[in-house]
Design a protein around this ligand. Sequence first.
Ligand code: FES
Length: 349
Amino acid sequence: MMEGTKDPVEAGGSASASPPVDPGPTGRAERAARRKAFAGRYALLPLRLFLGVTFVYAGLDKLADSHYLAGRNDPLSFYAQTVAAKAGSPIGWALEPALHAPTFFGLLIAFGELAVGLGTLFGLLGRVAALGGTLLSLTLFLTISWNVSPYYLGNDLPYLMAWTALLLAGTPYLSVDGYLARRAERDRQRGLTESAVLRRTVLDGGIAAVALGGGGLLAGSLTATFVRRKPKPAAAAGSTAPAQGAAKVSVAVADVPVGGSATVKDPSSGDAVYVVQPTAGQYCGLSSVCTHAGCTVDPPKNGQLSCPCHGSRFDASTGAVLNGPAVKPLPKYTVTKDGDRLDLGAVQS
Ligand code: FES
């Protein structure tokens, strides 16, 4: 060591007293390039985690929902939702088989989502999982979200685009696919023949797939058996009159123009209700909660209420469904005129 210089290791705690060593322009450029390469390599990881978790959750949620496979008499069932989607979809004809075997197709979709989610999370056959996600999202876009206007309010199109990115990139990092690919490379360098490398990769990939598939089946079956939610009771006509003693909910007549609405709150549920005047002198209240999946429908416009989530449309004078995927009308409330006030009454239907 040159006299007068200090070895940083020897210097120990006193190293902080020395001025930091400038790596120079080349060193800084290398570090920046390394950081960029690192960020680029893991750029799709947040998207992959989101899609994986969401699809696992969506699959398990369907299996835990007692309405999902309840059959044609339940408006929240897979069957009823498929009937509604078929009516307004450009690929309605392709949904016909699902109506003949709704239980099979309902389970296929739920377990398919689970498999896609797990494959994506673990990065096992990542491109195959992304292809599954792409096809599922494309189907949902062409059926459930097809009537959403404007198109960017529907959520299946963004999912479709997100899956396409993963389909192109695959899951080469922090994944089973990546591990198998790196091991295959090491095997080649060790001098294994290409067929031996392939055999080892297929065998271990197959074992991982069977283990993950078995885990998914077990998780799905346990969810369907033990985590099943109780069915929501159907609202009976006239059964939700405001509770005794509840404050009267009213709105000024002047606030409800013909074709327009004013928003009040149902004192029993806390949900927003649109008090509407579809034709001069005719008043009623319509729940703002979409009967498809609970989004808030927009206030009436041009005689209709539209749901921004999947495009259901409802008649502004009756609450009847004009366009699915909702199959049940919006709950309708009586509204009585009392001088210059309009009082919200009970749910009629
Ligand atoms: S159409 Fe799906 S929540 Fe309204």
